[in-house]
Design a protein around this ligand. Structure first.
Ligand code: WT7
Length: 646
C-alpha cells in the first residue's frame, strides 16, 4: 500500500520560518559543522558570561562526557521573564483555564515576574540554596510554573512529581534526590473530582525523615492537617516577601531539574537536565517546530509533571516570550467539546496534544468538534506515542478542517526536546510518521547485533551525535546512565525505540523494544508494576506485559501467581488492580490480571516475556521456540486460562 502524502501547502511554504530549501541547507550545515550551528542558535539566550566553548562530547563509555556551552553562565528565569519585561510586561505569559470552565486566570509577564520572585524569596527564607533539590507535587495551576521558575531563579534543582502518582512513588522520588523541601497543594481538581495531594504528601513523608518543610498552596480551600514546625501555608508566606529577587548566576552545565522516568529495569531513573543547552534547545525547537510567531496563543495539553510540560508549557514558550495556556482539567469534562471550547475561548493558534486524547475523542464523533469554530487554529501537534494514521487523519480533517498541518513530534524525557518532527513549511507529511530529523540530529537504524542498516529498513533507533538538550546523567548513578544508553551499541545513544525508515528517508517509530510500556502516552516500566504487585502480601510472583489497546495505545496485562492458600477470585483481581493504582499510580492499573499457578521460565529461572506478550496479544499460533522452557506445559495451560479471561 502506498502511504498517503500531504505536501506542504503553498501558503505554508511561503510564510513559514523554514521552508524546504532552508531545511536542506540548515540540516547539512548542522551536520557538517555542529559547533558553528549551535553557536549561532545559542545567541537567542541572554548569557551573563558568554561561553567560549560550544560542545565537548564523547559517548565512549571509557572516556565519557557531554558538555554544552560549558563556560557560559546564565539564569533561566531571567531568560523566561526579566528580559521580556522591557517590551512585553503587559503581554500575557500564562492563560490558566481551570477544571471548571468558570475559573480562569490571566498572568502577564510582569505578574509572572512578581510571583516567581515571591516564590523564590519564600524558598530562600526556608533555607533553599543553589544546588538544593526541591520536590514539586502540584496540580496544573500557575503556582507549578512559578515554583519551577523560582527554583531556576535561585539555582535550586526542581524535581516535579506528577500529581497522579501515589504516596509511595512520591516518597521514592523525594528520597532518591534527597530533597528536604516539598511543595504541594491542599487538593488537586480534575474532571470535577478532587485529588488528595496534601494527604498523599503526609503519607509519603512518613518514609522521608529528611523533609523539613512542606509548602502548601491553597487550591480548593479544603481543610487539611498542617504539621506544626513543618508545614507552611504558601500564600501566607508569600504575602510577607517582596516581589523582587536577585537572580543567581548559574553555570551552563549546572543542573536545572531532575525528572523521574521509568526504565526497563529497577526503580525510575532521575533524568538530569542542565541549564544552558537545555534552554537553548527547547526555546529553539519550540519556535521552529511549531512555527511560533510573536503574538501566537499556544496550548500544550500536557501536565507539568511530564517532560512535555517542562519543555513545551514552561521553559520553551516562556523563553520565547510566548503566551502559553495551562489547562487544569481533562478533555471530556464538563463535555467532550472541552478542548475545542477552550481553543475558541482563547483563540488558540497552536495546539499540541497526545494521540490517546485524539483517539478517545474520536469515539464521540465529529459533532462535538464541528459545533465549535476552531478558526484560530493554524497548527496541530502530537506527542507521546505513535499516532496511528486513522487518528492522524481525523485530527487533520475534523479538528484542523484540512487546513492545519499535523506535526508528529518524537522525543523522550531523556532528549529534553523534540528530535524527529516535520517542520510545517518544509516537510511533506505522511500520516503516522514523525518524518525527518531536526537540525543536528543524526538517527541511525541498527539490527540486534549493532550492524548499521542502510536505506529503507527496520531496526532499533540510535543517535550518533549529541544535541544541547540531551540529559547529562541519571541522578546519583552515572554508571547506570552510561550503561543504559551508551553500552548496548557502544558509543551510540540507544533510544529504546524500534523504527522503520522508508524509501524517502522518513522515520516511523514503532514503539519500545525494551520492557517499557506506553499507556496513554505515559511511560511505565513493567518492573515497577511487578514490584507494586508483589508488595501485596497475597502475591507470590508477577510478570507484566503490554497488549494493544484501541484508545490507550497499550494496556497493562499482569500474570500473577498467588501465595499458597489464596483463592484466585475476580474480587482478588479487582483488589490487586486497586492496589497498584494506590501504590504506584492509577495510570499503571492493570487492565487484565490473569492468575496462574506458574509462569513460563527458562531452566535458569528467567521469565520468557516474549511468550507472555504473545498470549496477551492473543497471538498464540506462533509462539516461537519454547524448547528452552523448564516446563513447556505451562504454556498450554496459560493459553487456556487466557481464553477465559477475555
Ligand atoms: C517514549 C518517550 C516525548 C515526551 C513525552 C513522552 C514514545 C514519544 C512519540 C512519537 C512515537 C513516541 C517513544 C519514546 N514516543 N513521542 N511522536 N511517536 N512514539 O516522553 O515519557 O520519556 O516517553 O515515548 O516510545 O521512547 P517519555
Amino acid at each position: 500500500m502506498q502511504d498517503t502524502v500531504l505536501p506542504v501547502t503553498p501558503d505554508w511554504a511561503e510564510r513559514a520560518l523554514i521552508d524546504r530549501a532552508a531545511y536542506d541547507d540548515m540540516y547539512a550545515q548542522s551536520i557538517a559543522d555542529p559547533e558553528g550551528f549551535w553557536r549561532d542558535v545559542a545567541k537567542r539566550i541572554d548569557w551573563i558570561k558568554p561561553f567560549t566553548k560550544v560542545k565537548d562530547v564523547s559517548w565512549d563509555p571509557d572516556d565519557f562526557r557531554i558538555r554544552w556551552y560549558e563556560d557560559g553562565t546564565l539564569n533561566v528565569s531571567v531568560n523566561c521573564i526579566d528580559r521580556h519585561l522591557a517590551r512585553h510586561s503587559h503581554h500575557v505569559a500564562i492563560y490558566w483555564e481551570g477544571d471548571d470552565p468558570r475559573e480562569s486566570r490571566t498572568i502577564t509577564y510582569q505578574e509572572l515576574h512578581d510571583e516567581v520572585c515571591r516564590f523564590a524569596n519564600v524558598l530562600t527564607m526556608q533555607g533553599v540554596k543553589k544546588g538544593d533539590r526541591v520536590t514539586i507535587y502540584l496540580p496544573m495551576i500557575p503556582e507549578a510554573a512559578y515554583a519551577m521558575l523560582a527554583c531556576a531563579r535561585i539555582g535550586a534543582v526542581h524535581s516535579v512529581v506528577f500529581a497522579g502518582f501515589s504516596p509511595d512513588s512520591l516518597a521514592n522520588r523525594i528520597q532518591d534526590c534527597g530533597s528536604e523541601i516539598v511543595i504541594t497543594a491542599d487538593q488537586g481538581l480534575r474532571g470535577g473530582k478532587t485529588v488528595p495531594l496534601k494527604l498523599n504528601t503526609d503519607l509519603a513523608l512518613t518514609q522521608c525523615p529528611n523533609v523539613r518543610r512542606v509548602l502548601v498552596v491553597k487550591r480548593t480551600g479544603a481543610k487539611v492537617p498542617m504539621q506544626d514546625g513543618r508545614d507552611i501555608d504558601y500564600f501566607e508566606a508569600a504575602a510577607k516577601v517582596p516581589p523582587v529577587c536577585q537572580p543567581v548566576e548559574v553555570g551552563a552545565e549546572d543542573p536545572l531539574f531532575i525528572l523521574y522516568t521509568s526504565g526497563s529495569t529497577g526503580k525510575p531513573k532521575g533524568v538530569l537536565h542542565t541549564t544552558g543547552g537545555y534552554l537553548t534547545f527547547v526555546a529553539y525547537t519550540h519556535e521552529i517546530v511549531f512555527d511560533y510567531r510573536p503574538g501566537d496563543i499556544y496550548w500544550c495539553t500536557a501536565d507539568v509533571g511530564w517532560v512535555t510540560g517542562h519543555s513545551y508549557i514552561v521553559y520553551g514558550p516562556l523563553a520565547n516570550a510566548a503566551t502559553t495556556l495551562m489547562f487544569e482539567g481533562v478533555p471530556n469534562y464538563p463535555s467532550v467539546s472541552r478542548f475545542w471550547e477552550v481553543i475558541d475561548k482563547y483563540k488558540v493558534n497552536i495546539f499540541y496534544t497526545a494521540p490517546t486524547a485524539i483517539r478517545a475523542l474520536m469515539r464521540d464523533g465529529e459533532e462535538p468538534v464541528k459545533k465549535t469554530s476552531r478558526a484560530s487554529l493554524r497548527l496541530l501537534g502530537s506527542v507521546g506515542e505513535p499516532i496511528n494514521p486513522e487518528a492522524w487523519m481525523w485530527y487533520w480533517r475534523v479538528v484542523g478542517d484540512e487546513r492545519c498541518p499535523v506535526i508528529d513530534t518524537w522525543w523522550q524525557t531523556e532528549t529534553g526536546g523534540i528530535l524527529i518532527s516535520p517542520l510545517p513549511g518544509a516537510t511533506d507529511l505522511k500520516p503516522g510518521s514523525a518524518t525527518k530529523p531536526l537540525f543536528g540530529v543524526r538517527p541511525e537504524l541498527v539490527d540486534a547485533d549493532g550492524k548499521t542498516l542502510e536505506g529503507a529498513a527496520s531496526g532499533n533507533l540510535v543517535l550518533l551525535d549529541s544535541w544541547p538538550g540531551q540529559m547529562r546523567t541519571v541522578y546519583g548513578d552515572h554508571a547506570r546512565f552510561i550503561n543504559t544508553y551508551f553500552s548496548t551499541y557502544r558509543g551510540k545513544y540507544f533510544t529504546g525505540d524500534g523504527c522503520r525508515r522508508d524509501e524517502d528517508g522518513y522515520y516511523w517509530i514503532t514503539g519500545r523494544v525494551d520492557d517499557v510500556i506506553n499507556v496513554s502516552g505515559h511511560r511505565l516500566g513493567t518492573a515497577e508494576i511487578e514490584s507494586a504487585l508483589v508488595e501485596n502480601l497475597k502475591v507470590a510472583e508477577a510478570a507484566v506485559v503490554a497488549y494493544p489497546h484501541d484508545i490507550k495505545g497499550q494496556a497493562v496485562y499482569a500474570y500473577v501467581t498467588l501465595k499458597a492458600g489464596q483463592p484466585a477470585t475476580p474480587a482478588l483481581a479487582d483488589e490487586l488492580k486497586a492496589f497498584v493504582a494506590q501504590h504506584l499510580s492509577p495510570i499503571a492499573k492493570p487492565d487484565v490480571i490473569l492468575f496462574t499457578p506458574s509462569l513460563p521460565k527458562t531452566r535458569s529461572g528467567k521469565i520468557m516475556r516474549r511468550i507472555l506478550r504473545k498470549i496477551a496479544e492473543g497471538e498464540t499460533s506462533n509462539l516461537g521456540d519454547t524448547s528452552t522452557l523448564a516446563d513447556p506445559a505451562v504454556v498450554g495451560d496459560l493459553i487456556e486460562r487466557a481464553k477465559h479471561i477475555g
